[in-house]
Design a protein around this ligand. Structure first.
Ligand code: B3K
Ligand code: ZN
Length: 909
């Protein structure tokens, strides 16, 4: 694999999956010595390499990036070498298959590294980030995941500035050096690809925990943070211990290291990184205290700590052959972290809440990706910059592809498949085919084994399939025929799509909402009240017998496949499902479908007009919907968390996705009108909900009390919204008081958000107070920025506020968390404010993309994605968006990251 940039022509190279060839050399061992200095770090790299006998002899081409090369020695002596672009080419290595000692001495400048890839400095501490191709920014190497080596690492640094020196594996030696310096030597007992290398050096403190695994082995767990943050690490440590116990209990996978370390940094491009034995985390996913972190933060910490820990097997013990296989580790590990969170949630309804949250992410963010210019298969065929492919498709859709395999072979069958996968591939770098094959082989006779090749189209075909369902009841034959038809629209580079294997978990209800026993034609007796139908042809019919009345179908229960379900289900049937479905996911889904139907009708109805201020006065929600929502809100048995999800209307992006042509202001106005009507017509019920749920006692982040806080928070928002319409001052006043008195960050942020989003003048006072109270806590300040940038737009007031905040003393564009909290919260998460008829939002966006690209291309390329769906926009938005993208594309000095995304966005215009 070559570098993505050809230095002579500056044409980015397209990397293709079909071009894969194994490495010309293997690297058996690497011994690295670092003399750490922010301005000039010296790196001595001693490798033992040998020719790969399976590949024709060729020169060794080592990857490098922004390195200063000082010396190359082969078997202790000088050698000739040349540079080809960024690559170091060695043409005269000794012939034969004997191991060769290769020594390379380079320097780099971590303090200048604003890309946060490779070795960099964050608040005086050294960190590394190597996935996907950051190791080449540390030393010359075969920086590809199928080259797995044994690492030993010596770190040398000033002792007072960098008292803690960490790398992967076990600490085997440490001691003093002259001039106030010291050293530590680490040896990793496991072979690993270069992307899993890590080092950390700085002034850090650790929470420590000794544990004994089920297998009887002793382990030391450590969570390192900056001094002062130690008391905020309890939840992360608990999450780590829970993850270790869960992986042993559910899959029989034990921790294979004596020491497992997590280190937090506030400058990080993503959430966290699974370096072997030395995970590096964004502080956002480590630090938590009730006064600074919300329930969502607590849940995210548990999930991300779990995710990175689970990579220790799915990713680290068995890794990817090449980066096209990224979903092999990411899809599988997301599936595992989702299951972990569900198992931790324990109650069936809390499990359903987690599933709904995951599906909401998939549908609001991955489905648009799958329908836009960046659409790619779960296993892509080509890329220019691999960092652009750490996407929702690889992660979230990839997890759904694993979940479908789970659905097709069952829970025990899945565990058997995973066991076979490790039996076959432990210590190897493999492909998505190897995973699916192990699942199928461990479950002979299963639907997966029978249709494996066809199932694998989920890996190769991009786009979200649509499943159209129609039902017909035959009273005479007492049978119900369900016909499922699938289709998938073309995506860039893929015109024709072949049928997928789609597991559709199905139930039937009678008119009273009671479940019916399901007997398919030809079966001797009913099997169950819910069963898995497997759609594998373009169209198939399933005939249920012994059905006494026209049933209400409940399809795709638990969201058993990542598809768009289109059905002619009547509103009456949806109301029955909302009230009675035994499947909590579909109960929620019925409410969402009702709301979506109302929104889409209103958007299309030209008789529903908007006032000069952008508001819709008409009442859009019919009494039946209001009553159904009241029924859920007041329900005696449903969990508060579930109620909160049902009472939250589908988001603007999700509504927009259902439209051919999108007027974002119209979508915003319709959804706001629906929200206001829900707020006013259920005012007494919201008041009840607030009174009944807001006192949650001593703070605990468990699902039950978090659910009560979520519902009371929603209620407060609705009460402030209603108050704004009526001019009532009681609720805003109470909300301000709640904001001041809140005993935890969840309640404080809910109250602040209620004031900000209702546009009440008290919001300014509350924001100022919040800032002065939390100005020294970076993660809380991020919330302060995000809340303002994500606020409900009133007459275009958000963009001027965002521009003002860009000038705030606490705003630093170089810090990815801060950039995300302000710029992304506005451009990517606030469509009603971002899409302005005067195009000012797009101008702001293009300027920020260009500004960020010079600092951190990965973050900049993410921001470009905010206008992925520009072609769907109505005028004048469409032309203005296109111009903004073209303005970026016209810049000659763009990174490959940004260039690839803007080029795809403009393609086939
Ligand atoms: N594997 C890392 C992501 C690395 C992203 C590189 N651009 C974190 C994770 O998925 O667990
Ligand atoms: Zn991951």
């Amino acid at each position: 694999m070559l570098n993505a940039q050809d230095a002579t022509t500056s044409t980015p190279t397209i990397i293709r999956r079909e071009d894969y060839i194994p490495p010309v050399y293997w690297i058996d061992s690497v011994d690295l010595t670092f003399d750490l200095d922010p301005a000039k770090t010296r790196v001595l790299n001693r490798m033992r390499i040998r020719r790969n006998p399976d590949v024709a002899a060729q020169p060794l081409r080592l990857h490098g990036d922004e390195l200063n090369l000082a010396r190359v020695l082969v078997n202790g002596g000088g050698t000739s070498f040349k540079m080809d672009g960024n690559q170091l080419v060695l043409e005269n290595l000794p012939e034969g298959n004997e191991p060769v000692e290769l020594e390379i001495f380079t320097t780099c400048a971590p303090i200048k590294n604003t890309k946060l890839m490779g070795l960099y400095v964050s608040q005086g501490t050294f960190f590394t980030q190597c996935e996907a191709e950051g190791f080449r920014r540390i030393t010359y190497f075969l920086d590809r995941p199928d080259v797995m080596a044994s690492y030993s690492v010596t770190l040398r640094a000033d002792k007072s500035l960098y008292p803690v020196l960490l790398s992967n594996g076990n600490l085997v030696e440490q001691g003093e050096l002259e001039g106030g310096r010291h050293f530590a030597r680490w040896v990793d007992p496991h072979k690993k690809p270069s992307y899993l290398f890590a080092l950390v050096a700085g002034n850090l403190v650790a929470r420590e925990q000794k544990i004994k695994s089920r297998a009887g082995r002793d382990h030391l767990l450590q969570v390192f943070v900056r001094p002062g943050d130690l008391e905020k690490t309890e939840h992360a440590m608990n999450s780590l211990m829970a993850s270790i116990a869960w992986d042993e209990a559910r899959f029989g996978l034990s921790l294979d290291l004596d020491r497992f370390m997590i280190v937090a940094t506030s400058d990080f491009n993503m959430g966290a990184m699974e370096n072997k034995g030395l995970n590096v985390f964004n502080t956002k996913y480590v630090l938590a205290s009730q006064s600074t972190a919300t329930d969502t933060d607590y849940a995210n910490i548990e999930s991300v700590v779990g995710h990175e820990y689970f990579h220790n097997w799915t990713g680290n013990r068995v890794t990817c052959r090449d980066w096209f296989q990224l979903s092999l580790k990411e899809g599988l590990t997301v599936f595992r972290d989702q299951e972990f969170s569900m198992d931790m949630a324990a109650s069936p309804s809390a499990r359903a809440v987690k599933r709904i949250e995951d599906v909401r992410v998939l549908r609001t963010a991955q489905f648009p990706e799958d329908a836009g210019p960046m659409a790619h298969p779960v296993r892509p065929d080509s890329y220019i910059e691999i960092n652009n492919f750490y996407t929702l498709t690889i992660y979230e859709k990839g997890a759904e592809v694993v979940r479908m395999q789970h659905n097709l072979v069952g829970r025990d069958g899945f565990a058997k498949g995973l066991a076979l996968y490790f039996e076959r591939h432990d210590g190897q770098a493999v492909t998505c085919d190897d995973f699916a094959q192990a699942m199928a082989d461990a479950n002979p006779g299963s639907e997966l084994a029978q249709r494996l090749e066809q199932f694998k189209r989920w890996y190769s075909q991009a786009g979200t399939p649509h499943v159209h369902a129609t039902g017909s009841y035959d009273a005479q034959a007492r049978s119900y025929t369900l016909t499922l038809t699938q289709s998938c629209a073309p995506t860039p580079g893929q015109g024709e799509k072949l049928p997928f294997v789609i597991p559709v978990q199905t139930g039937l209800l009678n008119r009273n909402g009671q479940p019916l026993a399901l007997r398919l034609q030809g079966e001797s007796s009913p099997a169950a009240e819910s069963r898995l139908l497997v759609l594998h042809e373009a169209s198939q019919s399933f005939v249920f017998t012994d059905i006494d009345e026209q049933p209400v179908p409940s399809l795709l229960r638990g969201f058993s496949a990542p598809v768009v379900l289109e059905s002619d289900t009547s509103d009456q049937d949806l109301l029955t499902l909302l009230a009675h479905d035994a499947d909590a996911f579909n109960r929620w889904e019925a409410g969402q479908r009702l709301a979506l139907g109302i929104a889409l009708n209103a958007i299309a109805d030209s008789t529903i007009t908007t006032s000069a201020g952008g508001q819709i006065e008409a009442r859009l929600l019919p009494p039946s919907f209001i009553e159904a929502m009241r029924g859920v809100l007041r329900h005696a048995e449903l969990d508060a968390a579930f109620k909160e999800l049902v009472l939250t209307l589908p988001g603007e992006s999700y509504i927009a996705e259902q439209l051919e042509v999108v007027d974002p202001q119209r979508v915003h106005a319709v959804r706001e009108a629906m929200r206001l009507q829900l707020a006013t017509e259920l005012q007494a019920d919201w008041q009840w909900a607030w009174e009944a749920h807001h006192d949650t006692g001593a703070y605990r982040p468990d699902p039950l009390s978090a659910g009560r806080r979520a519902l009371s928070g929603l209620a407060l928002g609705m009460l402030c919204l209603a108050a704004q319409a009526t001019g009532d001052e009681v609720w805003p006043g109470r909300t301000l008081q709640r904001f001041k008195d809140a005993g935890n960050m969840t309640d404080r942020v809910s109250a602040l958000s209620a004031l900000v989003n209702s546009g009440h003048p008290l919001a300014a006072k509350a924001l100022a107070r919040f800032h002065s109270q939390f100005q020294h806590d970076a993660l809380v300040l991020d919330k302060w920025f995000a809340l303002q940038a994500g606020a409900c737009d009133r007459g275009g007031n958000v963009l001027p506020a965002v521009k003002q905040l860009m000038k705030h003393a606490d705003f630093q564009i170089k810090n990815p968390n801060r950039a995300r909290s302000l710029i992304f919260s506005y451009c990517s998460a606030n469509p009603g404010a971002f899409h302005r008829a005067d195009a000012a939002g797009y101008v702001f966006w293009s300027e920020r993309v260009i500004e960020l690209d010079a600092i951190n291309p990965q973050v900049a390329a993410r921001l470009v994605r905010a206008l992925d769906r520009w072609k769907k926009l109505a005028e004048p938005y469409r032309t203005a968006a296109r111009e903004a993208i073209a303005r970026i594309a016209a810049k000659p000095e763009l990174s490959n990251d940004v260039r690839e995304v803007v080029t795809r966005a403009l393609a086939a215009d």
